[in-house]
Design a protein around this ligand. Structure first.
Ligand code: GDP
Length: 322
């Protein structure tokens, strides 16, 4: 049975990854003491062995890799939101950039020591493409981040490529936005679906949003986690864009969510633009071409835009009703 170490295990993708890998993989996760999601995670996934560590403490990262001796490492940890990265740019570099490289070094050292392959999967992000001049983006699109989050992810992504040339079996999955009912409320999708459910039930309220014209390629989180597992277990390491290839605006997301919640054509009355939610610079149109992942990993998204919105709204309606 392969042994996997997952960082960021208590987040949206971590939980889905645990569900994807169990029961055929021995599961280990890295968590820090102050993680507010820890207790809920332990109750939900008692089979996972948790290890204490801190992304800001390089020694703790090396110690966990040495103790677990995993065959697969999934690095999902870091500052997860672009908005937060503007508040803490240096910390973002440390946690989403440098920590990934510390883990890659530890993986490479373990591989040299044990002689067994250690597959490293880096959760890279479409944010690295910034205001890309071309759409859709693929593995050859120039990396040109416009946010501290994108820049930190770019460093880890490029180091995965550098160390791959030096014997580390490192794959980078360039993940486009991927959503689910487990998405935290600071992301625009869940902010919208939670508010839409409330408006659907009460008939009143407004959703205050920033850039309504920003376009994203929104997929279904469990599909993206599946791509990472396929990358880890593929014969050849590489970079893989993971995306649906479809793009929608924030306004379209809001419309679809409010309609699903039963608001109908009156949806416009429930959306307002609030400058407080604009970003200093926003990646304008992110849409990915996952041809390589489809071809080499046999991966394909199973849930489209309307269904992602529908599942999230239905979940938030059910939460209100319970
Ligand atoms: P991100 O792509 O990882 O930053 O995910 P988000 O869900 O936070 O943002 C997606 C897009 O929605 C970005 O282009 C934001 O500028 C845009 N957006 C528009 N209004 C809002 C808002 O009220 N909150 C957030 N978080 N994003 C918004």
């Amino acid at each position: 049975m392969p042994r996997a170490l997952i960082t960021g295990i208590t987040g949206q993708d971590g939980g889905y990854l645990v569900e994807r890998l169990a029961p055929d993989t021995e599961l280990h996760g890295l968590v820090h003491d102050a993680d507010p999601a820890r207790d809920e995670f332990v109750a939900r996934y008692p089979e996972v062995v948790l290890h204490r560590g801190d992304l800001a403490d390089d020694d703790s990262l090396r110690a966990v890799v040495d103790e677990v001796e995993p065959a697969e490492i999934y690095n999902l940890a870091g500052i997860s939101s672009v908005a937060l990265s503007w508040e803490k740019p240096a910390l973002t570099g440390r946690l989403s950039g440098q920590a990934a490289v510390v883990l890659m070094e530890a993986a490479r050292a373990l591989q040299e020591r044990s002689g067994a392959r250690v597959a490293f999967v880096q959760a890279s992000s479409a944010e690295m493409f910034g205001q890309a001049a071309t759409a859709p983006q693929d593995e050859q699109t120039p990396i040109a981040p416009v946010s501290p989050y994108g820049a930190a992810k770019a460093y880890a992504h490029q180091m995965a490529g550098v160390l791959r040339r030096h014997g580390l079996y490192a794959s980078s999955c360039i993940l486009y936005n991927h959503e689910s009912p487990r998405r935290p409320l600071q992301f625009v999708t869940r902010k919208i679906t939670a508010a839409a459910a409330e408006i659907g039930r009460t008939g009143s309220g407004v959703i205050r949003l920033g850039n309504l014209e920003a376009r994203r390629d929104w997929g279904w989180a469990p599909d993206y986690v599946d791509a990472m597992v396929r990358a880890a277990r593929h014969a050849e390491a590489g970079d893989f864009v993971v995306a649906t290839g479809e793009t929608h605006s924030v306004a379209e997301f809001a419309e679809a969510a409010l309609r699903r919640a039963g608001v109908g054509d009156a949806w416009r009355d429930h959306v307002e633009v609030d400058p407080a939610f604009f970003r200093p610079v926003d990646a304008a149109v992110l849409v990915g071409d996952a041809t390589k992942a489809r071809r080499e990993l046999g991966w394909a998204p199973t849930v489209g835009f309307a269904e992602v919105v529908g599942r999230m709204v239905d979940h938030d309606l059910a939460l209100l009703d319970s």
